[in-house]
Design a protein around this ligand. Structure first.
Ligand SMILES: [Zn+2]
Length: 402
């Protein structure tokens, strides 16, 4: 049992206030939960004991003894997130505010992934490796797995992942073996959670994150709630047909969006160094790729228009290696959207803050939503967190966690 499994009502309320960035004294906690000072002190002591709070300093007082002031202990509260790709696993150890303490990329044998047992064993190795390494320095709250496919989150069941050639694979067995609570979700949903959690957009923002990887998926977040649909298929825009009858897809249909805008589609057109070639094209006018790039932008715009027609979100975020192009992607995309469509008017389009690790980070962060039962997905107040600390990737332990 984790230290906070026994937390109920008032203690959750206290923890939630601290997670949102509050600095509180015992007296203030007592007022917050309308309980006695000893009761407030016992909540603070329990949270300190679980490693979730730390002493922030002393509150100056006009008379009498200054009161101790407490704050959340973000470096201590952490999780492990794992993203499964067809040919590699990316695992991160991240803090509750999105700090990346560690990240590991492990190549896996793509021909063996269709055997779910192999994929599970490699994921277990990644989780256990980070857990062993960090368990003495951090309070590891749980582990999350992001998978490119339809995921029944309640039953931790991968329903169908066409690009992994995996169907109806349960991670229930892995959950039994791990010493951490295990969460499983679609990789685009995870990326959307990570982006929302670590960004400064207002909590009421409606956001669609388009994850452009081997395939293409989308995570839909309406005011902090992930839209998963009746049977977990919401956001499967990668299999929305944009040119029916051409380019067969692993899902069995033809003309799916991901056949035009995925990493795989770009690599088929431009080779393994597709992103580097695109950078060259945009910077130096490499004419050999300009036709392909124009077609790519047009296909991306068509899909975004269709999504806008369904959801009319405030914000569309693009993640995946293509998002490393930044404005070199966003500017032509915005021009294409403005030229052909009235549907995307007023919608902000941007690239992810974490183009390459969004799903793994989100897989870790989604484990915290259960810490605040009944609230759905909430993110802590990020206003006092240093931007660089949140987004920097550290390969080894950071001295101020120890
Ligand atoms: Zn398809």
């Amino acid at each position: 049992m984790r230290p906070w499994d026994s937390f109920q009502g008032a203690r959750i309320k206290v923890l939630r206030s601290f997670l949102r960035g509050a600095h509180l004294t015992r007296q203030e906690v007592a007022r917050l939960i309308r309980q006695s000072l000893p009761a407030a002190a016992s909540h603070i002591d329990a949270l300190m004991e679980a490693g979730l709070l730390e002493l922030a300093g002393q509150r100056p007082s006009s008379g009498g003894r200054p009161a101790d002031e407490y704050q959340i202990n973000p470096p201590s509260l952490a999780a492990i997130g794992v993203e499964l790709h067809p040919n590699h696993i990316l695992s991160v150890c991240c803090g509750v505010n999105g700090e990346i303490w560690d990240s590991v990329r492990t190549d896996i044998d793509a021909s063996l992934v269709r055997d779910g047992g192999y994929a599970e064993a490699m994921i277990a190795k990644a989780i256990n490796g980070l857990h062993q390494k960090w368990r003495r320095k951090l309070v590891i709250h749980g582990a999350g797995i992001a998978v490119p496919g339809i995921v029944d989150c309640e039953n931790r069941l991968l329903v169908n992942a066409p690009n992994l050639f995996l169907k109806n694979y349960s991670f229930g067995g892995l959950a039994q073996k791990l010493s951490l609570p295990l969460f499983v979700d679609n990789e685009a949903n995870a990326a959307a959670i990570g982006e929302y959690w670590t960004s400064s957009v207002p909590p009421s923002t409606s956001m669609v994150l388009i994850s452009i990887r081997e395939g293409v998926g989308a995570g839909i977040l309406l005011a902090g709630q992930v839209v998963r649909g009746r049977s977990w298929r919401a956001g499967e825009f990668g299999h929305m047909a944009i040119r029916a009858g051409v380019r067969p897809c692993n899902c069995g249909r033809t003309g799916c969006w991901e056949q035009y805008v995925s990493e795989r589609a770009l690599i088929a057109d431009l080779g393994d160094d597709a992103i580097a070639r695109l950078k060259d094209h945009i910077e130096d006018g490499d004419g050999s790729v300009s036709g392909i790039w124009a077609q790519y932008i047009e296909s991306l715009a068509i899909g975004i228009e269709n999504i806008a027609a369904c959801i009319n979100p405030d914000l569309v975020v693009i993640s995946g290696s293509i998002a490393n192009l930044g404005d070199r992607l966003i500017q032509p995309l915005q021009r294409a959207l403005a030229e052909v469509s009235f549907l995307t008017q007023g919608i902000q389009v941007s690239v992810s803050k974490h183009p390459d690790i969004a799903s793994a980070l989100g897989a870790g962060l989604m484990t915290f939503s259960g810490l605040l039962p009944g609230l759905g997905l909430k993110r802590p107040d990020m206003s006092n967190i240093n931007e660089n600390r949140m987004t920097s990737t550290k390969n080894e332990g950071d001295s101020h966690v120890g």
